[in-house]
Design a binder for this molecule. Structure first.
Ligand SMILES: Nc1ncnc2c1ncn2[C@@H]1O[C@H](COP(=O)(O)OP(=O)(O)OP(=O)(O)O)[C@@H](O)[C@H]1O
Length: 241
């Protein structure tokens, strides 16, 4: 989003999320400044998805603060989009799913078809346009979900384990899309528990364990010189939850 006023930095302070007294996110603080790719990693149940959902505004924190503090921070809701582990598609064509998302986002009716077609073309999905979205393969649906998010022109794209249900070929296609979107200047914030994927994508890493942020560091440093026992064990594949 070169040249467009930014909603970043995102400042997360002492973020907490509890359900029935159970502390699931325990006072996490971090800041996202720029368009580098931030990967949130950690074992199952670490709080990765919850952290992403809190930042995207799908959940309300039970404590702490999430503040978008950039010059364009007055209308942030339309500037960040999210892709989920399992895409939700309506019972209509791929193209109609894109048009619907644009409608929900408040895009003018006259602009929707052109923006939907541009998104399909941008990612080489034209041939899927008239297929019922729910009959597409898991990999095709996820590519469509990313194209749908891209069509909203976000400055920040949250992706929650976008390839965890996919085979290696589909995973590669999704990673290529993520690289392409990042190359256009979109900030990527993604969760994964796949270390190989984290190494391929991350510029910087947030490492979570049991709802706490144990490390926040450039990716090279995280993989070469992890600072905590937990991160060392996780990198070796020995820390499972
Ligand atoms: N609404 C909820 N009510 C109760 N517990 C919840 C709720 N949502 C999440 N949790 C619990 O909070 C913990 C963190 O969940 P979260 O989905 O953020 O983990 P994660 O790090 O993304 O794990 P995974 O890699 O398995 O997806 C888990 O133990 C989960 O069961």
């Amino acid at each position: 989003m070169h040249g467009i006023p930014s909603i970043l930095p995102l400042k997360v302070s002492e973020l907490r999320f509890a359900v029935r007294e159970k502390q699931l996110v325990r006072g996490i603080s971090f800041q996202l400044f720029d368009e580098s790719r931030t990967v949130i990693i950690g074992p199952n149940g670490a709080g990765k998805s919850l952290t992403l959902r809190l930042c995207h505004g799908l959940l309300k924190p039970t404590g702490g603060e999430i503040a978008w503090t950039g010059p364009a921070s007055s209308n942030v809701a339309k500037r960040h989009a999210m892709v989920f582990q399992r895409p939700v598609m309506l019972r209509r064509t791929a193209r109609a799913n894109l048009i619907h998302a644009l409608s929900v986002a408040g895009v003018e009716r006259s602009e929707r078809p052109g923006r939907a077609d541009a998104a399909l073309a941008h990612f080489g999905l034209d041939e899927l346009a008239e297929r019922p979205a729910r009959t597409l393969s898991g990999g095709e649906q996820q590519r469509l979900a990313i194209a749908r998010a891209w069509a909203l022109k976000p400055q920040v794209l949250f992706l929650d384990e976008p390839t965890s249900a996919l085979d290696p070929a589909a995973t590669r296609a999704i990673e290529q899309m993520i690289h392409a979107i990042h190359a256009e200047g979109v900030k990527i914030v993604m969760t994964t528990h796949d270390m190989g994927q984290a190494r391929r994508i991350a510029d910087n890493v947030l490492f979570l364990h049991h709802g706490q942020l144990l490390e926040q560091t450039p990716a090279d440093r995280f993989f070469d010189e992890p600072q905590t026992e937990e991160a060392r064990a996780f990198i070796k594949g020995e820390l499972l939850w």
